[in-house]
Write a protein that binds this ligand. Structure first.
Ligand code: KIV
Length: 263
């Protein structure tokens, strides 16, 4: 996969994206044939146990991108730019994007519309493909008043302007997060680059889900826009309980799990 193929998929074939954070999950993504793997800063929530993505550092992203690259040597990997790695200055943004590329990413993702357009232009000029991200942007959760659906009423025009400005700056695709379907459809139809939706309805050019949500690894409720394709949390808990029972009951290890001197 490369950005030219991704651009060609618009309007022809839906694009599949899933997040991955480690060697094992990346390996399975590549085997399954996912179009693009996103090492998202959702790493902070689902792997590191933070309340938001704001605590994620460049070092976290670099380490996990390296692991994902080792697991998926042939996949197209997008590395998320963490909070405060590109907001201070474009120069710092370029330097940090370069670090994610050196860690093994094929592209980087930045949150924001017009605000990041000048940075996007400079990254693209430097040969770094960029994915945009508008709608709900979790790094701005304190600014936008919580995790709320975006693109309603007058907000639609603002999102349309953001999407156009990112396209003009040179992004190869845009994530639309938690956005009303009508607005996501309008944006998708107005752009020549693919939109990738998460909670943005049926008319985006592709979909992205978080690994832990898709596979039911998280406990508790998942948002309405998620489809759980498995319930691994229950399967894992049940396996662990059986293991505990076996060890406590001295039924594991048994004859089949041991080594003998004369073998
Ligand atoms: O960090 C992430 O996983 C993301 C997706 C939700 C698009 O940005």
């Amino acid at each position: 996969m490369n950005i030219l193929k991704i651009l060609q998929m618009k309007g022809k074939e839906p694009i599949t994206v899933v997040t991955a954070y480690d060697y094992f999950s990346a390996k399975v993504c590549e085997r399954a044939g996912i179009d693009m793997i996103l090492v998202g800063d959702s790493l902070g929530n689902v792997v590191l146990g933070y309340q938001s993505t704001l605590n994620v550092e460049m070092e976290d992203m670099e380490r996990h991108i390296m692991a994902v690259r080792r697991g998926a040597p042939n996949s197209f990997i997008i590395g998320d730019m963490p909070f405060m790695s590109y907001q201070i200055s474009d120069e710092e943004g370029i330097k940090n994007a370069g670090k994610l590329m050196k860690a093994g990413a094929n592209a980087v993702k930045v949150e924001g519309g017009e605000r990041v357009s000048s940075l996007v232009r400079k990254l693209v000029d430097a040969g770094i493909p960029v994915m945009g991200h508008i709608g709900l942007t979790p790094q701005s959760v304190n600014q936008i008043g919580g995790y709320r659906v975006q693109g309603k009423g007058p907000d639609k025009e603002r999102m349309m302007r953001s999407a156009k400005s990112l396209e003009n700056a040179g992004v190869f695709s845009i994530v639309l997060e938690l956005t009303v379907e009508e607005t996501a459809k309008l944006i998708t139809e107005s752009l020549s680059i693919p939109t990738i939706g998460i909670g943005a309805g049926r008319y985006c050019d592709g979909q992205v889900l978080v690994w832990h949500d898709l596979l039911g690894i998280n406990d508790g409720k998942v948002p309405k826009f998620v489809k759980k394709y498995a319930n691994l949390n229950e399967i894992i808990e049940s396996a662990l309980k059986t293991y505990i029972q076996d060890v406590k009951g001295k039924t594991f290890p048994d004859e089949r799990n041991i080594f003998k001197e004369d073998e």
